[in-house]
Design a protein around this ligand. Sequence first.
Ligand SMILES: Cc1cc2nc3c(=O)[nH]c(=O)nc-3n(C[C@H](O)[C@H](O)[C@H](O)COP(=O)(O)OP(=O)(O)OC[C@H]3O[C@@H](n4cnc5c(N)ncnc54)[C@H](O)[C@@H]3O)c2cc1C
Length: 261
Amino acid sequence: MIDRRPSVVVRCLTASDVVATVDYARENGLGLAVRGGGHSVPGFGTIDDGVVADLSMMRAVSVDPGTRRARAEGGATWGDFNAATGEHGLATTGGIISTTGVAGLTLGGGIGYLARGFGLSLDNLISADLVTADGRQVVASATENADLFWAIRGGGGNFGVATSLEFQLHPVDQIYGGPMFYAAKDAGAVLRFFRDFIETAPEAFGGFPAWQIAPPLPFIPEDRHGETMIAFVACWAGPLDEGEAMLKPFHDVAEVVAEHV
Ligand SMILES: Cc1cc2nc3c(=O)[nH]c(=O)nc-3n(C[C@H](O)[C@H](O)[C@H](O)COP(=O)(O)OP(=O)(O)OC[C@H]3O[C@@H](n4cnc5c(N)ncnc54)[C@H](O)[C@@H]3O)c2cc1C
């Protein structure tokens, strides 16, 4: 999908490697792209004839269950993050796909299943360690370089390379949810129902409807594989024993052809 040819790809292992990469690009008049999880649809994680700072080997995540905080390196994915925080029954708003980068998603906003309860990913960002374009290592938080902290929360990778990001976590031990598939003819009923339901749904309920070509997965009847369907993906992060009742109206609104809840 993206066909760009950088001159140099630097596979950074440390923040010092990132500083050296930024300095090299600046001193040689080359453009710089930062690659985290590599999920930028327009391809902002790479560049023609410039330098790519590839952070995909900087993926460590540490968790402090006492303060309910986690720190993720700049190339960590949401899969890395959730695996580390989940061990402590903690989570924050992150991407719906495990291979999306924590940094790229957070610096652009960050919408996920937990957003109705805990806000966007960037609302849970406490601080970031950044390398700025002049090669300095700085901390951005509400109390240090507050203007930079304001800018990175929505400004994407334009204000510095995040070598690590610190997040507020919340108690989320288990969730009840998964995808439900309906025939395309039921799309109107499903979408109208969701529009009204979500207005008053508890904040622990997250989810989204999507047009989806039914994939060849075991829980979908074989004769429906490849069919365009309306799907709803639900995530209930409240008390587990309330999950089934919470999703019941999604079963009443139309026939569920297949589900993996
Ligand atoms: C399959 C898929 C699922 C998605 N799901 C969601 C979702 O659930 N919620 C949501 O909000 N968005 C979602 N997105 C959008 C995604 O959050 C953005 O495309 C995001 O920019 C991807 O970040 P990345 O690190 O994976 O990508 P990259 O291509 O590596 O980087 C994207 C941008 O972020 C910058 N960047 C990355 N890492 C750093 C860093 N350490 N420091 C500074 N800048 C950095 C890059 O320079 C680039 O401009 C999804 C995208 C895809 C393709």
